[in-house]
Structures are given as structure tokens and as C-alpha cells.
Design a protein around this ligand. Structure first.
Ligand code: SF4
Ligand code: SF4
Ligand code: F3S
Length: 265
């Protein structure tokens, strides 16, 4: 990595909540400062830059012109297409127009978060803004890094992999297999309780206090692929199911319409 030129990155926000960027800046391996100062050249980020307004826009424009075909476009958020795209506009332009400006000359796109990868809650039935995932709007290589938000070290790990080895091997949902090949259910510390038929029946019952399986509380771990149970969150401190929350399936396409997020069967 030390001998490689820093790859320019333009990071654009579309219809989203900025939670993915909040996660990104918490990466510990590598530390975010090393990542954005030594490994990549984060030339533009809608929310993480000292410059604002015309200066910021100029930085993005310069990168786009100087590195035609050689920069990574990182996207956070889906693109709303309904009603000519008026549901989310910046600087008088629709998100689709802004996306096109940067998409046409990039070498690859990283779709960070389930909004960019799959549409997410904005796309929940009946999807009034016609929130559309990035991969449906481009012919460029797209790497989906879903999660709401994704794990910080997964976000950093994907970009590090691209810098070091190129685009990682992807699964059928365009997710890097290295981080999304694990089924939550197969690595969950509550799994012995599932196998023994010992289930939490309400969030304040004895089973909940003893760490039993959350399947009957709506846990989607059996149908969800992500690294939460292996890598955990907050520098490996904990993860949702460990802390007593059923997995919502947030790294899976259409998880927002799976059914109730918390349920007693
Ligand atoms: Fe926010 Fe989740 Fe969308 Fe990320 S994926 S921008 S955390 S709603
Ligand atoms: Fe599987 Fe969820 Fe039960 Fe863990 S809590 S064993 S992921 S159903
Ligand atoms: Fe998301 Fe489930 Fe992990 S809700 S954060 S994939 S435990």
C-alpha cells in the first residue's frame, strides 16, 4: 500500500440519513485518519470536509476532470426518480443529475449502506419517491456494502481491498463475499438456545435475561448475511443480537418489507 498512489475518492450523499458516514468515521482497523489521509485521497465528501459551497464543489469538479476514469465514486443513499426526481434536490439539481455528473467518469462505484445498495426504508411499499438503488442506474462496476449502517471496519476493509487487490469477489447481491458470506444465525452466541428450543417470548421475560434465542421476537438472523456476529461493532465490543435486539436483516435486500421488525410469533 505504501508504494501505491492514493486513489481519489468522491463521496456523494443522496436520499439518506448520513448514518453510514457516522459509522465510517469510527473505523479502528484501519483508523479513519490513516485511511483518508494516507491510503485514499478523499477529495470530496458532502459532510466531511473543511470547504463548503463553491469551494467544495470546485474540489469535486477538479478531481473529476483530473482523474477521468481513475477515481472511485462512493455513494450513500438511494436516488429518487418519481415526479422528475424533485423529492431530493441539491443546488437546483436532482439527485439523478448529480449522480450522472460523477458516475460517467468514475472507474467503480461503492454503494455504502442499504439505501445505496438496495433502496432501504425510503423504498418501503409503496415507495412514493421511487427510491432506486445505485446498481440499477449504471453500467459501471458496483460493489454493494449494505447494512443500516454497515460495520465501520467493513466499509474501510472494502476500500482497502480495492486499493490492494482490486475489486473483491462479489455474491449475487454484489456484496463482497469476504464480509458477507457469513450467516448471522451460524455465528450467533444464542444459537445453542435456538437448537435447544429455548426462546425469548417477551423482551422482559426470564429467557431475555438469560440470553436465550430471539427468533420468536422477530430475529432475521437465519436469513441474513453480514459480519456482525464475527467482527462485532464498536471495535469488536458488541453487536445487536448480543445486546438483546433481534437482527432486523439490515444487510438484506427488501428487509424493510420483510414484515414486522419486532414480533412475537
Ligand atoms: Fe442511514 Fe441506514 Fe441509509 Fe446508511 S443505510 S444512510 S444508516 S438509513
Ligand atoms: Fe439465530 Fe437470531 Fe436465535 Fe441468534 S438470536 S440463534 S441469529 S434466531
Ligand atoms: Fe444489521 Fe442484523 Fe447486523 S440488523 S447490524 S445485520 S445483527
Amino acid at each position: 500500500l505504501e508504494t501505491k498512489e492514493r486513489i481519489p475518492v468522491i463521496y456523494k450523499h443522496f436520499q439518506e440519513c448520513t448514518g453510514c458516514s457516522e459509522s465510517f468515521i469510527r473505523t479502528a482497523h484501519p483508523v479513519v485518519a490513516d485511511l483518508i489521509l494516507d491510503m485514499i485521497s478523499l477529495d470530496y465528501h458532502d459532510t466531511l470536509m473543511a470547504a463548503a459551497g463553491h469551494q467544495a464543489r470546485e474540489a469535486a469538479h477538479m478531481t473529476k476532470e483530473k482523474y477521468k476514469g481513475g477515481y472511485i465514486l462512493a455513494c450513500e443513499g438511494s436516488i429518487p426518480l418519481a415526479d422528475g426526481g424533485i423529492h431530493s434536490m441539491v443546488d437546483g439539481k436532482t439527485q439523478l443529475e448529480l449522480f450522472r455528473e460523477y458516475e460517467k467518469d468514475c472507474m467503480a462505484i461503492i454503494a455504502y449502506g442499504s439505501c445505496a445498495a438496495f433502496g432501504n426504508v425510503q423504498a418501503a411499499h409503496p415507495n412514493p419517491t421511487q427510491a432506486t438503488p445505485i446498481y440499477k442506474l449504471t453500467n459501471k462496476p458496483v460493489i454493494n456494502v449494505p447494512g443500516c449502517p454497515p460495520i465501520a471496519e467493513v466499509m474501510a476493509g472494502v476500500i482497502t481491498h480495492i486499493l490492494t487487490f482490486g475489486i473483491p469477489e462479489l455474491d449475487i447481491r454484489k456484496r463482497p463475499k469476504v464480509f458477507y458470506r457469513h450467516r448471522i444465525h451460524d455465528n450467533c452466541q444464542r444459537r445453542p438456545f435456538f437448537d435447544a428450543g429455548m426462546f425469548v417470548e417477551s423482551f422482559d421475560d426470564e429467557g431475555a435475561k438469560l440470553g436465550w434465542c430471539l427468533y420468536k421476537m422477530g430475529c432475521k438472523g437465519p436469513v441474513t448475511y453480514n459480519s456482525c456476529a464475527n467482527m462485532k461493532w464498536n471495535e469488536g465490543t458488541c453487536w445487536p443480537v448480543e445486546s438483546g435486539n433481534p437482527c432486523l436483516g439490515c444487510s438484506e435486500d427488501n428487509f424493510w418489507d420483510f414484515g414486522p421488525m419486532f414480533t412475537t410469533l
